[in-house]
Design a protein around this ligand. Structure first.
Ligand SMILES: Nc1ncnc2c1ncn2[C@@H]1O[C@H](COP(=O)(O)OP(=O)(O)OP(=O)(O)O)[C@@H](O)[C@H]1O
Ligand SMILES: [Mg+2]
Length: 317
């Protein structure tokens, strides 16, 4: 018999608090939230087993909020030479806080302005395919480029064959060139993304869904029990046939703006996120990608972090 105990206060997992707790997070890793034993759950995007991530669930399950937390945690703990990001946000409510009103400034890790329509999305993904081919030839994998796509099923419907081809190429061959897709979808997936999702998104983050059929499509395997999830950040991580339940970390739009401002003015010297009152020594950063250039990788600093910190956090890699 299985007893489900709802969490008393699901709002209590705050990304900024969690970020301070995670002492030294491995590079190119996103904070997902807290697992059922209270350990921070971390996803290493650069791992061969991770590659691309599909976040699926009904409206209100917390997909966009989770993608935001992943993006912000990547920015807080990685330099521009390690991670840069792109956002496709058709609803314009998910990733817009990462950019200042009027388009000036914004997250330093943003490689291109936030894209909100299907034509721009097709153009942007086309550029990324070109970049993938360039990197393949030159054997480059860094900085990792993380492409966040909200409402991916809608985009695939509107974008037709062109969109389909681009998504297929990127999910099939992107990882080895350091390109990763994190895509959110609300729609039952079978009809819209179909064969694409089955093989090309090895990691699924599944929020509440309406039925066990939807759960199976979203998770890629049956029997996960995702239809019993509570919504608002109650998620299952499904990878390598195993499931891990977690409460997603939450960050408010006001907090995002605050962190983006801090990132603009302060240079990062450590992967540990510090309070704004603590001064940090400025350090030479890798060239930024904001002028349209894709930055060269910064030198690698540490090795084997995943193993060292395995007992303080739960690292999916
Ligand atoms: N991790 C979380 N902790 C607490 N509350 C959350 C969390 N995630 C989401 N919520 C709450 O649920 C609401 C809906 O979340 P969100 O917009 O991310 O859902 P969604 O799955 O993207 O929905 P849609 O498919 O309609 O876009 C948020 O406004 C917030 O109030
Ligand atoms: Mg959403």
């Amino acid at each position: 018999m299985q007893i489900e105990v709802p969490r008393a206060d699901p709002q209590s997992v705050r990304l900024l608090q969690l970020s301070r707790r995670v002492n030294d997070i491995p590079r190119q890793s996103a904070i997902l939230g807290l697992d059922e034993s209270g350990l921070p759950l971390i996803l290493r995007l650069s791992s061969p087993e991770v590659a691309h991530v599909l976040i699926a669930g009904t409206t209100g399950s917390g997909k966009t909020a989770l993608a935001r937390s992943m993006a912000l945690s990547l920015a807080m703990h990685n330099r521009l030479g390690e991670v840069q990001m792109l956002f496709i946000d058709p609803k314009r409510n998910g990733f817009v806080p990462f950019v200042k009103p009027g388009g000036g400034g914004g997250l330093p890790h943003l490689l291109r302005p936030v894209v909100d329509n299907v034509h721009q999305a097709v153009f942007l993904l086309g550029e990324m395919v070109t970049e993938m081919v360039r990197r393949d030839h030159q054997n480059i994998t860094e900085p990792r480029l993380i492409i966040f796509i909200d409402e991916v099923a809608d985009l695939m419907e509107q974008g037709g064959k062109a969109m389909d081809r681009l998504m297929t190429r990127l999910t099939q061959r992107g990882r080895s060139a350091g390109l990763h897709i994190v895509a959110c979808t609300q729609k039952p997936l079978a009809a819209t993304i179909g064969s694409l999702t089955r093989s090309n998104f090895p990691v699924r983050l599944v929020g509440s869904v309406a039925s066990s059929d939807d759960a199976r499509t979203a998770a890629g395997i049956g029997g996960t029990g995702a239809e019993k999830l509570l919504g608002r950040g109650d998620f299952l991580l499904v990878a390598k046939g195993q499931t891990t339940r977690f409460q997603a970390a939450y960050v408010s739009q006001a907090e995002i703006k605050q962190v983006v401002e801090q990132l603009q003015t302060r240079h990062r010297t450590s992967r540990h996120w510090l309070e704004s009152t603590q001064a940090e020594e400025p350090q030479q950063l890798a060239p930024t990608g904001t002028d349209g250039q894709i930055a060269q990788p910064a030198p690698r600093r540490r090795k084997g972090l995943g193993m060292m910190f395995g007992h303080q956090l739960r690292l999916i890699k």
